[in-house]
Design a protein around this ligand. Structure first.
Ligand code: A5P
Length: 229
């Protein structure tokens, strides 16, 4: 039993929240991938009828692999359920997301949903946001230095996300760059930080998801799931 077993348990549990006719948001990441696989199996085996809005090119590719029909927010702006992963979750169901660089689209999709179910393994559960994960901040390339300085003024150590030295900066689905901001003592006031980043020119979005999750499914390596809501 290992971390993958825990992720699989959370993903499969999330798939049981899906009902016939639902419009879904399809999250990004290795834990959500188990949910998409399980939803695809229900479509194939039981004729489940759903459509999903992908949160990234990778989620779109994964949905196609598992035979999940796709839709868009233009066609279906109201979603019944979003399933997505997270990099950190605190006990108030607040999240840091964006290790896969998809947080901007993930937030748009999550905001349109009646229910937002987050799938994680126990390593993602923290007392304070920022204690383990860096906060991803998606920026216009020409604003990377001013935004870095602003993050430093807020007490963070920002680092431009690079693929490899040879490949250079990671480019998001929007064609933008990511600063990973580490807060050495964690994020003391996530709501205040969200307000500050929300009005910072050059920032498209960041990985703080504060009032969005309705359910957190923590898979355990023994296959059981702790459902928090
Ligand atoms: C994508 O940008 C992220 O928000 C992911 O949802 C998050 O990093 C969780 O991914 P894993 O399930 O792979 O850890």
């Amino acid at each position: 039993m290992n971390r993958d077993d825990a992720k699989r348990a959370a993903g499969r549990e999330a798939a049981t929240l899906v009902h016939d006719g639902m419009r879904l948001g399809l999250g990004t990441g290795s834990t959500t991938a188990y949910a998409l696989e399980a939803i695809g199996r229900r479509i194939h085996d039981n004729g489940l009828t759903v459509e999903g809005v992908p949160t990234s090119f990778e989620a779109e590719r994964m949905a196609r692999t598992h035979g999940i029909p796709l839709t868009t927010l233009d066609k279906d702006p109201h979603l019944d359920l979003v399933v997505d992963g997270a990099d950190e979750v605190d006990d108030r169901l607040r999240l840091i997301k964006g290790r896969g660089g998809a947080h901007a689209r993930e937030k748009v999709v999550a905001t349109q949903a009646e229910r937002f179910a987050v799938v994680v393994d126990p390593s993602k559960c923290v007392d304070q946001l920022g204690e383990q994960a860096a906060l991803p901040v998606e920026v216009l390339p020409m604003a990377v230095t001013p935004v870095s300085r602003a993050l430093e003024d807020l007490g963070a150590t920002p680092e431009l996300r690079v693929a490899t030295e040879k490949d250079g900066p990671v480019v998001t689905d929007q064609g933008l760059w990511i600063l990973d901001a580490r807060f050495p003592d964690g994020i003391a006031d996530p709501a205040a930080l969200r307000r500050t980043l929300g009005v910072r020119p050059g920032v498209l979005d960041h990985g703080l998801f504060l009032d969005l999750a309705t359910d957190v499914l923590v898979g355990r390596p023994d296959g059981t799931v702790d459902h928090r809501s």
